[in-house]
Design a protein around this ligand. Structure first.
Ligand code: A2P
Length: 276
């Protein structure tokens, strides 16, 4: 079933502001700036990824920019996300610094990384960054429904995206439904549970049944739930494996089995514990 928010080829999510976000992206959280990050992004672009997710807090925007320039893939074919580090004060000034580090004129998506100091204070600066053309779309990350509603009530434009920890074992159905109702695209990070979910018995059983790798099953589950997903790997082979998710489908029985892994009780919270 599609809601009309996915492109006809199934490979991109249409955001409320009309921009399109590829369903699969490479995330570079915890990848050190330097050769390891440059290689991972370069391999991802070689393997067909057109969506890279970084953040000011990761300290590796320079490497993302370097890999992009070295790849030969035209800038306008790649969706780049970065995130405002909310220990800093000014989303506009920090966006300018990100653009310099990335070596691009504009990012596709700029997110408030987490709601530190309250949900709304950074939002006017995010809107301003968009007006100035530093970002085509703006959104938030790690926001629960209540925090999202605060931003929507206070803002001129609403967040296009809420990027949260989301996977079959963290199937935050309340948050997903609330985002849908508000026209906000929920985007998944840590879809493999940073590796933990790969050895889950149900995931392994479904993987065996469909003849695919556990990582592919977990990523495909997100895609079939119409949730754009970013996953991290620094290994060329695994980066390639994770891109092969459009040549098979999970049955409705597979999906139901995976849905039942949820440990969050269908929460509308983005996080069980905050880290700031
Ligand atoms: P590596 O970078 O060595 O490939 P998540 O996307 O949930 O954050 O999970 C990322 C973790 O899962 C990383 O530790 C990554 O390790 C590992 N990983 C990513 N893709 C695969 C895969 N296809 N098979 C096994 N492990 C993977």
């Amino acid at each position: 079933m599609t809601t009309g928010a996915i492109t006809a080829d199934g490979r991109a999510r249409i955001l409320a502001d009309g921009n399109q976000m590829p369903m699969l992206g490479l995330g570079v959280w915890q990848v050190p700036n330097g050769a390891e990050c440059v290689n991972a992004v370069r391999w991802a672009l070689d393997e067909g990824y057109r969506h890279i997710d970084t953040a000011q807090a990761y300290g590796n925007e320079e490497s993302v920019g370097k890999a992009l320039r070295g790849s030969g893939v035209p800038r306008d074919e790649v969706f780049i996300t970065t995130k405002f580090y909310p220990s800093h004060k000014d989303p506009v000034a920090e966006a300018q610094r990100s653009l310099t580090r990335l070596g691009v004129d504009q990012v596709n998506l700029y997110l408030v990384h987490w709601p530190q100091g309250g949900a709304t204070w950074a939002w006017p600066g995010m809107e301003r960054a968009r007006e100035l053309g530093y970002a085509r779309s703006v959104g938030v990350s790690n926001f629960s429904v209540n925090q999202l509603d605060e931003v929507i009530a206070a803002g001129t434009i609403q967040p296009a995206v809420n990027q949260v920890q989301f996977s079959a074992p963290e199937y935050r159905r309340g948050l997903l439904d609330a985002c849908r109702q508000r026209g906000v695209a929920l985007e998944a990070y840590s879809p493999l549970g940073t590796g933990r979910h790969l050895s889950n018995e149900t995931v392994m059983r479904v993987a065996k049944r469909v003849g695919r790798a556990p990582a592919q099953v977990l990523l495909r589950w997100c895609v079939q739930r119409e949730v754009p997903v970013i996953t991290k790997s620094t290994n060329h082979e695994r980066i390639g494996e994770n891109a092969q998710i459009y040549d098979f489908a999970l049955s409705s029985e597979d999906l139901v089995e995976l849905d039942a892994l949820d440990q969050t009780n269908g929460t509308d919270l983005a996080l069980e514990r905050k880290w700031w």
